[in-house]
Design a protein around this ligand. Structure first.
Ligand SMILES: Cc1ncc(COP(=O)(O)O)c(C=O)c1O
Length: 390
């Protein structure tokens, strides 16, 4: 759903001609500019451009001091990378139901909190904003962190604030499925100086102390972390992509709204916590039964997708998590660590039956920002025909 073209080629050419592809000393400073652009666009104090959304989530969790002995609440409907990031930090993912919007249920979060809970990860799945007021209020009440997974929601908003900047930290993904892409990439956003310092160290632990004076004025001391440093080529593409982000979002939202307005009263849509901030990537229809949802999804010309069929976005398909294989080396496996002994969760297929039920009664039709008026009208007619037949 992203747009890409000649501008990206021109920026890439500049980097290649400069001959310097290293993030820190890059001749044309694409990474530095990308991080500045992220801070400006997302109105936050700190942004780290790194290799993936998973790297952003893991770096943020580590920076928050989360590890063995801690529980982190994740929704039952998210890409498997979310719970995997929790395990990468050494903690235990606790799986909670989604609400009617198909995003993390604040009510179930409250039920799942224990004395071991250290953070909540609301996931703005498909660009649908989570109930951030309720989730941040619960986090405040219990003194725990909120890490927003905005990997499917680059640039989206909740009540006027960009997704990823409402909680204590946020993660974006720029992989090839996203609104903004640089092939592979991600960003960790935060207003918390300590989290920024530790995440910067963790994401590039071998180089951060030696190149570009990056740790000057840090109160955090270096520690061994990972290598999630990106590069000037990806940053060059990202810079152009970021300048396209808001116009792409505007067209996605406009097209989604057009179709929804034309269908008003003829069908039910999955509700939203903030339809203005929703990214507009997905028309989400809601039906009374799975049978009706399937009949609609497979009707002539619809090509719909039931979220229940989206594989590793549904907890029952998170095989290494559900089967508790947290690492190859058993001593490195958080599911077998002494510190987690008391808190290894029971995962069963039926544990979030309400989520499975909701996911089986919804149908997605993906929105194209470049649809013409004729194509949108054709889609409206195709949906009307399909609705009449089910
Ligand atoms: C909700 C969610 N979280 C995290 C990720 C991980 O992002 P990446 O593939 O950039 O590591 C993805 C990727 O698609 C995702 O959809």
């Amino acid at each position: 759903m992203y747009r890409i073209g000649k501008e990206e080629i021109a920026e890439l050419t500049k980097v290649i001609e400069s001959g310097d592809l290293f993030k820190i000393n890059g001749g044309v400073r694409e990474s530095e500019n990308a991080e500045a652009k992220l801070r400006e666009l997302f109105d936050c104090n700190h942004a780290i451009f790194l290799t993936s959304g998973h790297a952003a989530l893991t770096s943020a969790l580590v920076a928050m001091g989360i590890g063995p002995g801690d529980e982190v609440i994740v929704p039952a409907y998210t890409y498997i990378a979310t719970p995997m990031a929790v395990v990468a930090a050494g903690a235990m993912p606790v799986i909670a139901d989604v609400d009617d919007t198909l995003t993390l249920s604040a009510e179930d979060v409250r039920r799942k909190i224990t004395k071991h809970t250290k953070a909540i990860i609301p996931v703005h799945i498909q660009g649908f904003p989570c109930d951030m007021d309720a989730i941040t209020a619960i986090a405040k009440e219990y003194g725990i962190y909120v890490l927003e997974d905005a990997c499917q929601a680059d640039g989206g908003a909740y009540k006027g604030k960009r997704l990823g900047t409402i909680g204590d930290a946020g993660a974006l993904s720029f992989n090839f499925f996203k609104i903004v892409t640089c092939g592979e990439g991600g960003a960790m956003l935060t207003n918390n100086r300590d989290f920024f310092e530790r995440a910067l160290i963790y994401h590039d632990s071998s180089a951060v102390a030696f190149f570009g004076d990056q740790m000057s004025g840090f109160s955090a001391e270096g520690f061994c972390g990972n290598e999630y440093r990106s590069n000037e080529l990806c940053a060059a593409v990202l810079n152009v992509q970021l300048s396209r982000m808001d116009s792409t979002l505007a067209d996605l939202r406009k097209n989604k709204k057009y179709v929804m307005d034309k269908l008003e009263g003829l069908c039910e849509f999955v509700p939203s916590h903030d339809i203005e901030g929703d990214c507009g990537t997905t028309l989400a229809f809601q039906f009374e039964s799975e049978q009706a949802a399937r009949a609609f999804a497979t009707a002539d010309g619809i090509g719909g997708t039931l979220p229940i069929d989206t594989g590793r976005h549904v907890y029952t398909h998170w095989t290494p998590i559900i089967e508790k294989r947290g690492a190859f080396n058993p001593l490195m496996d958080p599911f077998r660590m002494e510190a987690n002994k008391e808190i290894v969760p029971e995962y069963t297929d039926g544990m979030c039956a309400d989520t499975l039920d909701k996911l089986a009664k919804a149908v997605y039709i993906y929105v194209n920002p470049d649809s013409t008026q004729e194509e949108l009208d054709e889609l409206v007619n195709t949906v009307k025909n399909a609705l009449e037949k089910i």
